[in-house]
Design a protein around this ligand. Structure first.
Ligand code: PHE
Length: 372
């Protein structure tokens, strides 16, 4: 083993330092290359890194002390580099006898430690709104309904006029919304707005196909409603439309009664209250027996035993008349139909016992994670 004593340094310029440290490094490499057996490795360690007599200790003691202040920094840098080389050499020797010290160290740095815990990948979960929407759609799909969609930015014609809300009609006030700016030069019917309900897709569907029609329309809608625990200016609906010969109000009742039982459980009862929508006549609000108290009366149903859930009715002949402009087969003397529309958030809130509609849109993982 090379075992020259550490010479005294007299010059401390870059060149002298470079030469002195290179010589030491060469000695260390030479010694490390022939290490053979545990005892030799330990001797190498003591010789170079030993706390008291080690060569590196001596270098730092003698060279560093003798160095003029301006050379101390350069000397320190070289010292640390040499120390790293010696430590690598020792690591390599401990790891598996002679070898290329730096390559061995690199390999070990890359090695996989199979005892470390893995990286947990979070599994995604369907958001409760699309999930509920899909559930509702599936109930009707099983009855032979297909799925339709339409644009969220809708014309006044489809959202209002063809749904029998004439211009200036007060019923429009019940569905105030955002309208696209600077459209005054366009005729009213072509002006764009954010749709207030999914009903315009009734008309778009009828214009595309003659009867019979059985379709459900899931989608996002917008209204100028102040947000509170149960209202949000953006929400979702599932619309339904059934048109054929001899469709009656009892078909409507039977279909919705079946759908509510499929969604909320077979013990749920339904009842129909007279209501008004411009596009259906007669119109009804559907209530279901309170799923929280079974109809006995509780806080959720305001002690009435019933919860109002959706709007529906027989398609108004005026709506068929608009459809007949493109598809003459929508002749209200020959065909009839029913339509319904339900709020998805409201149904999801009931199904999952959620009291704040805002929870759906807040993006809080503690809330959403419950649906995983
Ligand atoms: N479009 C109505 C609403 O948003 C709901 C509805 C749809 C009522 C179809 C009757 C028939 O309030």
């Amino acid at each position: 083993m090379a075992n020259e004593a550490i010479p005294n340094l007299t010059a401390f310029d870059e060149a002298a330092l470079g030469k002195a440290f290179a010589a030491l490094e060469a000695q260390a490499r030479e010694a490390a290359a022939v290490l053979d057996g545990e005892a030799a490795v330990e001797a190498f360690r003591l010789e170079w890194l030993g706390r008291k007599q080690g060569r590196l200790n001596e270098v730092s003691g003698r060279w560093l002390k003798a160095a003029p202040p301006e050379a101390k920094k350069a000397l320190g840098v070289r010292f640390n580099a040499l120390k790293a080389v010696v430590e690598d050499l020792l690591d390599a020797a401990l790891g598996g006898g002679p070898g290329d010290a730096t390559a061995d160290a690199a390999l070990r740095a890359e090695a996989i430690d199979i005892t470390l815990p893995g990286t947990r990948r979070l599994t995604g979960a369907e958001h409760p709104i699309p999930r509920t929407m899909n559930e509702i759609v599936a109930v009707f799909a099983a009855l032979g309904y297909s799925v339709g969609v339409g644009p969220e930015v809708e014309t006044d014609y489809y959202n209002f006029e063809s749904m029998n809300f004439p211009p200036e009609h007060p019923a429009r006030d019940t569905q105030d919304t955002l309208v696209v700016a600077n459209q005054e030069r366009k005729p009213l019917r072509d002006r764009l707005l954010l749709r207030t309900h999914t009903s315009p897709v009734q008309m778009r569907t009828m214009e595309q196909q003659p009867p019979p029609v059985r379709i459900v329309i899931p989608g996002k809608v917008h209204r100028n409603d102040a947000a509170d625990a149960t209202h949000s200016p953006i929400f979702h609906q599932v619309e339904g439309l059934c048109v054929d010969t001899n469709i009656t109000f009892s078909d409507l009742k039977g279909t919705l009664d079946y759908a509510m039982k499929a969604l909320f459980g077979s013990s749920v009862k339904t009842r129909f209250f007279p209501s008004f929508f411009p596009f259906t006549e007669p119109s009804a609000d559907v209530q279901i027996s309170c799923i929280f108290c079974g109809g006995k009366g509780c806080r959720k149903c305001k002690d009435s035993g019933w919860i109002e859930l959706l709007g529906c009715g027989m398609v108004d002949p005026a709506v068929f008349a608009f459809a007949a402009e493109k598809q003459p087969a929508y002749d209200s003397r020959k065909i009839s139909g029913f339509a319904f529309g339900m709020g998805v958030e409201r149904i999801a809130m009931m199904k999952y016992g959620i009291s704040e509609i805002g929870s759906f849109f807040a993006g809080d993982m503690r809330f959403l994670g419950q649906f995983a």
